[in-house]
Every structure is written in structure tokens, then in C-alpha cells.
Design a protein around this ligand. Structure first.
Ligand SMILES: Nc1ncnc2c1ncn2[C@@H]1O[C@H](COP(=O)(O)OP(=O)(O)OP(=O)(O)O)[C@@H](O)[C@H]1O
Ligand SMILES: [Mg+2]
Length: 336
């Protein structure tokens, strides 16, 4: 049943696997000409989350794995829900790491976020300022407009490339009411226009702009269009419902907080081999505490393990456990 998986959730990098992905379904095929551009390597945002030693066991549960792979095959965005600390944001990093897709394009969403922030920014004031100082170059002000356009994370994810980029649209449920619908259109079409560049397309068909990674890329005729549909991970803490048209176009998956085998793998990923056995008492304290139904995110376990390794070296077992217990308070503690 797992033979068709492109993303295995094993924690082991296997960059060739993405090339074994079959052609998209015809209704999700995008055919822009590939644009040469430089994809930066995975950065510390990813290694910080995943840990430094590869987990020895699969970290995602099997239902989630099937849905993640379905989204990859169907070229659909994933809408990932789950409790705080369940590993929603980390899923995007895990996909980029395992499939060798380079730096994750991160778009954190807040109530003021608009679609345009994700697509591109245009620095009109900077351009005016440079024009006054006559830094427009020989071509004059209208020709150098690309210097003032910077693609955002969503805009960069839609640059035509043979291999997809990973885009994390983090905490979409915090957005203004219009954002999910606006986003829907762009993700459906796999393209967007930059009016400032479209306006001069008859004189300059190709303009160099800056990507979210700080690299240069050519935009043709003022329109950015994708080839390989990006791996889009949209996360939500279920603070609000999403419009049905958005849900219809996404693969939705609910991530359960890691427990047992997956928790062991996670501890080893952050603290090295053998660390799960060495800290079993604290892991058990963490999971046993769940009986009261309170919410304890994984970060608290990681914090407790880190501190007990340093703060109480050489002290009694009891002192270790007391310190861990103090740190692993339920999130809704004091609210009830
Ligand atoms: N596959 C994994 N491998 C290693 N560590 C992981 C993995 N998944 C989650 N973690 C760890 O668990 C912690 C919580 O994960 P994450 O931040 O992704 O949760 P979240 O669901 O996005 O939470 P929130 O809703 O609060 O943003 C992180 O510190 C991360 O390092
Ligand atoms: Mg998160």
C-alpha cells in the first residue's frame, strides 16, 4: 500500500523520489516554460525543527501519509489542522528535507495579511526616490521597474520550474475573511499578473525581479505562471471555518500529536540515538499526564528533555522528574 508513496515520512532524504511523481491530472497540468533560477538549499529553519539526527522511525501516521501523497499526486494544496504542537508547520519542512526541494518558502498569516503580500511588493517610493536622484539608468525610469519588484513567498513558489518549491502558508485561520477566497483563485490558476510589469510589456517583455530568497529571476510579459505546482502546506488551529470552495480544492488532513513510535522517533531526531530509552521516565510522565484531557504540546517535552539534561546532571531521579513536571504544564492550565 505504501509503494506509491513519493513522500515516505521516514526522515531520510531521497531527492530523486519527486521525479517519480506521475504526470498531473489534466485539470491540474500547468505548462509554463521553465525559467532558470537558483533554489537555495535547506536552511536552519528546517534543521531547527526537524532535529539534527535523522529519525529512525516514520514520524507521520499512515492516514496523514496517504493524504500528503494524494495532495502531491493531485497537485492540490494541503490544509493541515491539528492541536498546537501537533507538527503542522514541521510537515512542510519535513517534505522539503526528504524530497530535496530546497528552502521552505514561509508565509506567516496574521489578520492584516493580504493576498498581495504573498504575491509581490512594489516599492513605488524607493523608485521615486531613485528617479529624483537620477539613478534610473540609461533607460530612464520606466525601464528599471523590476528593481523595485520583489516576489513574496507565494509569488516565488509560482515561478515556472521543473521541480516544485515547498510553500508554508502558516496559520491561515488567523487571516482576514477575504484571504482564503483570494488565495483560492491564484492556486487554482497557478498564475498571477504584476500590473506594473504588464504595463511596460510591449517595450520590455522580460524583466528581472527579486525572489523571496533574494535571487534574481526573469518575469515574462508581466505574468508569473507555474510549471510544477508547488507543494502547498496551509496550516490551521481551527480558529475558524473555511469557505467550502476552498475546502473542495484542498486535500484536508488532521494531524494527531505524535505518540509512541512517532514520539520516540521525534525525541531521537532532536537528542540523538538512545535518547528515548535514556529519558523514558520523562516521556512517560508527558504521555501519562494526558489522562486529564489537557493539552500538552510536543515542544514542552522537548524543552523538558533539554533542561533536565543540563540543569540536574548528577541529581536524583526525583529532582529530574519534578523539573520536567514543572515545565510540562497543560497549555490551558489556569484557564480552567
Ligand atoms: N517530524 C518531526 N521531526 C522532528 N521534530 C518534529 C517533527 N514534527 C514536529 N516536531 C517538533 O514538534 C514541535 C511542534 O511542531 P510544530 O511547530 O510543527 O507544531 P504546530 O502544529 O505547527 O503547532 P502550532 O499550531 O502551535 O503552530 C516542534 O518543536 C518540532 O521541532
Ligand atoms: Mg505551527
Amino acid at each position: 500500500m505504501t509503494g506509491w508513496f513519493v513522500y515516505q515520512g521516514s526522515g531520510a532524504p531521497d531527492p530523486g523520489r519527486i521525479d517519480s511523481l506521475p504526470e498531473p491530472p489534466p485539470w491540474r497540468a500547468f505548462d509554463a516554460e521553465p525559467t532558470p533560477y537558483d533554489v537555495p538549499e535547506i536552511d536552519s529553519a528546517t534543521t531547527r525543527r526537524l532535529g539534527s539526527s535523522a529519525p529512525l522511525l516514520p514520524v507521520q501516521d499512515s492516514k496523514a501519509l496517504q493524504l500528503v501523497n494524494a495532495a502531491l499526486y493531485l497537485r492540490r494544496p494541503m490544509l493541515v489542522t491539528g492541536d498546537p504542537g501537533a507538527g503542522k508547520s514541521t510537515l512542510a519542512h519535513s517534505l522539503a528535507y526528504e524530497l530535496g526541494l530546497g528552502r521552505v518558502l514561509e508565509w506567516p498569516v496574521v489578520s492584516r495579511t493580504e493576498l498581495k503580500d504573498g504575491l509581490y511588493t512594489y516599492d513605488a517610493i524607493g523608485r521615486l526616490h531613485d528617479a529624483q536622484l537620477d539613478r534610473g539608468g540609461a533607460d530612464g525610469i520606466s525601464e528599471d521597474v523590476g528593481r523595485y519588484v520583489k516576489l513574496g513567498p507565494l509569488g516565488t513558489a509560482l515561478i515556472a520550474a521543473d521541480r516544485p518549491r515547498v510553500l508554508l502558508v502558516d496559520e491561515l485561520d488567523k487571516s482576514d475573511i477575504d484571504l482564503p477566497n483570494d488565495l483560492l483563485n491564484v492556486l487554482e490558476e497557478g498564475r498571477f499578473a504584476i500590473p506594473e510589469l504588464e504595463r511596460i510589456a510591449d517595450r520590455r517583455a522580460e524583466v528581472d525581479v527579486l525572489t523571496d530568497d533574494g535571487r534574481r529571476v526573469k518575469v515574462k510579459n508581466g505574468v508569473v505562471r507555474c510549471k510544477a505546482f508547488p507543494v502547498v502546506v496551509m496550516t490551521s488551529n481551527r480558529e475558524r471555518e473555511f469557505p467550502l470552495p476552498l475546502l473542495r480544492r484542498c486535500v484536508t488532513l488532521d494531524l494527531q500529536a505524535p505518540r509512541e513510535q512517532r514520539l520516540a522517533a521525534l525525541v531521537q531526531a532532536h537528542f540523538g540515538e538512545g535518547s528515548y530509552e535514556a529519558n523514558r521516565d520523562i516521556v512517560e510522565l508527558f504521555t501519562a499526564a494526558e489522562a486529564d484531557g489537557a493539552l500538552r504540546p510536543t515542544d514542552q517535552l522537548l524543552n523538558a528533555l533539554f533542561l533536565t539534561q543540563h540543569a540536574v546532571r548528577g541529581q536524583s531521579e526525583r529532582q529530574r522528574e519534578d523539573l520536567a513536571d514543572l515545565l510540562m504544564q497543560p497549555l490551558d492550565h489556569g484557564l480552567r
